[in-house]
Every structure is written in structure tokens, then in C-alpha cells.
Design a protein around this ligand. Structure first.
Ligand code: FAD
Length: 384
């Protein structure tokens, strides 16, 4: 079977690309490894920024639907110290440029905006073969083999497509986020709910922190961040749930109880998210008929930008292809030239956000950065 444009991965980036191509009358097929749209919970809240993610959604013709998904009050941002003292409280007055939506809802409107057969679920790409003239052969775990004129790797951190372009592999940053969720939090964990407020809360210290977020329906979602060797994380993952929780909580011994309750009071979790990155300046030479977007291209430490960049990349690539009919290589060259400088800038900024969050002067450097609006473009680190 021959597919003119094959997009690997139905994350936000791949879906925005498919959508922008669709509204320009260009058919593309998205191959997704997961069995269905419901196969996995889609993470929590995402800040969608007016300078990248929102622009991509406008290009996708989905801005009005996006506005209908906004979580009121979600832009409130607080910084606390380990004793629970409020160091900064930036309210949500409804005018900020990074309103919050649930990732799963955003994915839903994208899926609903595509033709029913645009996404092929249960198609995990396992190998690729270069056929020449920019064409590739793709083999999937379910036995399907197709050829394509344009292959787009929108397949995330552990991209299978990336190897066609680059030798880079993600490296462990030394940082792990344990995700926890507390349900019915206003009633059951009132002090933690009050500490988190209506949006996001960051309580950080050198080498560690608790970053939490209020989600709809009185749910508190936390990332408990620690700088630890991989062997320590593997031990935690092997431990039973109760001892994993108490070992993680022990790292925050002496912290305010409304903060540590975000670990010890969790109904779901802890789930380890081991943070890997590609090199800040990751780039490749033009290879005919293949490119990357989103995490596949520029996996970086979470700073509230990754999903926004994936959406923006998808829209930029879609527009480049649509505006260069008959010359895919010119479209890819223009797209990648802008992609490389955009992502290097964002990755460097993400590394700086990590330093402010968990470096030697945390939390005070972070608070100063907020006060001077240095984090204006990267202040949404607690969503996912
Ligand atoms: C802890 C944490 C917190 C974060 N917080 C934020 C935040 O607040 N704001 C923000 O903007 N970003 C955040 N990010 C980053 C964000 O999640 C990613 O940057 C974003 O999801 C990348 O989108 P994507 O479309 O490139 O890839 P993904 O969302 O990873 O989608 C890739 C898709 O490809 C599929 N796939 C993978 N391999 C194959 C294969 N071989 N065959 C077929 N399909 C395949 C996967 O199943 C998946 O559906 C966070 C990340 C982490 C780890």
C-alpha cells in the first residue's frame, strides 16, 4: 500500500499537522501505536501560550473550540517555601496569555476535527527502510507494510523515525518527577488545596520541589521533583506503593504538612516520569522525504513549552507543505531552518527554568525571575 504522507504519532503535534493539511485539502494518514484514543489517560492541564500554542490552534481553525475548554482561574501562580510561606501570588485576572486546558480535551477536539479514518490506531512503527528518491517503507508491529513519499516523525521522546536523521539519543537529566493525584481535595485535603490555590503552586528548594496544580472537579495533581540517580528511581519503582510513598516523602522531611500531604495523601501514584532530553542544539542535515516535529525533534526538560512547541511545529510544517505544492523538499528546508533556531532557544530557556526551580538559590531566584517577568514565556511548568 502507498500512502503519500505518513505521520507517526497521534500526540498534539501529529494531530495539528494532520488537521492543518486537512483544511488545506491535503490528505495524510496518522499511525498511532496506542490501541485507541482512550487507551491512556492524557495527563493533566496544559498552559497554551498566546505566542506559540494558540497560534498553532488558530492555524488549525480550532481557536474558538479551544476557548471553550479554558479552565477559569487556572493562570494563578504561587511560589511557596518549604515551610509553606507564600513568597509570590500572581492572580488570574482573566487577561493572561497562557490559559489552561485539559490535554485530553484538546486532543479530543483535534481528533473530532479530522476525517474518521485519518488516525490508524494500534499501528506501532517498528522499522523503516530508505527506498531512494525521498520514499520510505514503514513496517508496523501488526504486520502492515506501507510506502510513503513523506514521513513525519511526531512520535515523541523515543521516536523511531529520528534515527533516519540523527544519531542523537535522549540522555537522563538527573531529574525525576513523581506524579500524584488527590481527589475530592477541597473536602479531604483542605489545607493542601488552599496552599495550591486556583492554579499552580511551586514549592521548591535546591535539588527538589513539589509542583502542584488544581484540576477540575477538586483534583490536585502534583509533580514531586527530585534529583536522583537512576538506580534510586529503579528501587522506588520496585518497592510496594506504601514504601515508595514514604521514601519519597522522607526526602521532604521537615517541610510543611500541607505540602507533604501532596505525597502522602495521594489516591493515585506515585508514577515516575524520568526526565530525558536531547542536546539543546539538536539538528540534522536535510534528508529527502523525512522530518520530525515536537519531542521527536527537540525533547527538552519540562518548562511548560513542550506541548506548545509541538502544536506550533505541526502547524508550521502543515502550512509549509501547503504553500509549496510540488516541492516538498523546499517546504521541509524552510520548516527545519526555522525549527532549529526556535527549539534551541526554547531548550536553553527550559534549562534555565530548571536551574531556577532546583538550583542553589531556589526558591528565591525563581521568585525574583517571576517578579521581573523573566519567566513570562515559560511559567507553566506544572501542567503536562
Ligand atoms: C512531567 C512532564 C511535564 C510536562 N509539562 C508540560 C507542560 O506543562 N506544558 C507543555 O507544553 N508541555 C509539557 N510537557 C511536555 C509535553 O508533554 C511534550 O512536549 C508534548 O507532549 C510533545 O508532544 P508530541 O506530539 O511531540 O509527542 P507526544 O505527546 O509524546 O506524542 C507522541 C505520540 O506518538 C506515539 N508513538 C510513539 N512511538 C510510536 C511508534 N513507534 N509508532 C506509532 N506511534 C508512536 C505515542 O503513543 C504518542 O501518542 C511535560 C512533559 C513531562 C514529561
Amino acid at each position: 500500500m502507498h500512502i503519500p504522507i505518513a505521520i507517526i504519532g497521534a500526540g498534539l503535534g501529529g494531530l495539528v499537522l494532520a488537521r492543518v493539511l486537512h483544511i488545506n485539502g491535503i490528505a495524510a494518514t496518522v499511525y498511532e501505536g496506542e490501541a485507541s484514543a482512550q487507551a491512556r489517560a492524557q495527563g493533566g492541564m496544559l498552559d497554551i501560550h498566546d505566542f506559540n500554542g494558540q497560534l498553532g490552534l488558530k492555524d488549525a481553525g480550532l481557536y474558538e473550540e479551544f476557548l471553550g475548554l479554558i479552565h477559569p482561574g487556572g493562570q494563578q501562580t504561587r511560589c511557596l517555601d518549604r515551610d509553606g510561606r507564600l513568597l509570590l501570588d500572581s492572580p488570574d485576572d482573566g487577561t493572561g496569555g497562557r490559559p489552561e486546558v485539559a490535554r485530553g480535551e484538546l486532543r479530543r477536539i483535534l481528533l473530532e476535527s479530522l476525517p474518521a479514518d485519518a488516525v490508524r490506531w494500534g499501528h506501532k512503527l517498528v522499522s523503516t527502510r530508505v527506498l531512494g528518491d525521498g520514499r520510505h517503507e514503514l513496517a508496523f508491529a501488526n504486520g502492515l507494510v506501507v510506502t510513503t513519499d513523506l514521513l513525519v516523525g511526531a512520535d515523541g521522546a523515543w521516536s523511531k523515525v529520528r534515527a533516519l536523521l540523527s544519531d542523537a539519543v535522549p540522555a537522563y537529566t538527573g531529574l525525576v518527577f513523581f506524579e500524584t493525584w488527590l481527589g475530592d481535595a477541597d473536602a479531604r485535603h483542605g489545607e493542601s488545596a488552599a496552599a495550591v490555590g486556583g492554579g499552580s503552586m511551586m514549592a521548591v528548594a535546591p535539588g527538589k520541589g513539589i509542583l502542584a496544580h488544581r484540576e477540575p472537579d477538586s483534583v490536585l495533581h502534583a509533580y514531586v521533583a527530585l534529583q536522583k540517580p537512576l538506580t534510586w528511581i529503579e528501587d522506588i519503582e520496585r518497592a510496594d506503593r506504601a514504601s515508595a510513598i514514604s521514601r519519597i516523602a522522607a526526602e521532604f522531611d521537615g517541610w510543611a504538612p500541607e505540602l507533604t500531604a501532596l505525597i502522602t495523601g495521594c489516591d493515585t501514584g506515585p508514577v515516575a516520569r524520568i526526565i530525558h532530553t536531547l542536546p539543546v542544539e539538536h539538528r540534522w542535515n536535510r534528508v529527502p522525504g523525512v522530518t520530525l516535529l515536537g519531542d521527536a525533534a527537540h525533547l527538552m526538560v519540562p518548562s511548560g513549552e513542550g506541548a506548545n512547541l509541538a502544536i506550533f511545529d505541526g502547524a508550521e510544517l502543515g502550512k509549509a507543505i501547503a504553500s509549496s505544492p510540488g516541492n516538498i523538499e523546499a517546504a521541509l528546508l524552510a520548516y527545519e531552518t526555522a525549527l532549529f533556531s526556535r527549539s534551541a532557544h526554547a531548550a536553553a530557556e527550559a534549562a534555565e527554568v530548571t536551574r531556577l526551580l532546583f538550583g542553589e538559590d531556589a526558591p528565591y531566584g525563581l521568585v525574583e525571575a517571576f517578579k521581573h517577568d523573566m519567566l513570562g514565556e515559560s511559567a507553566g511548568v506544572t501542567g503536562r
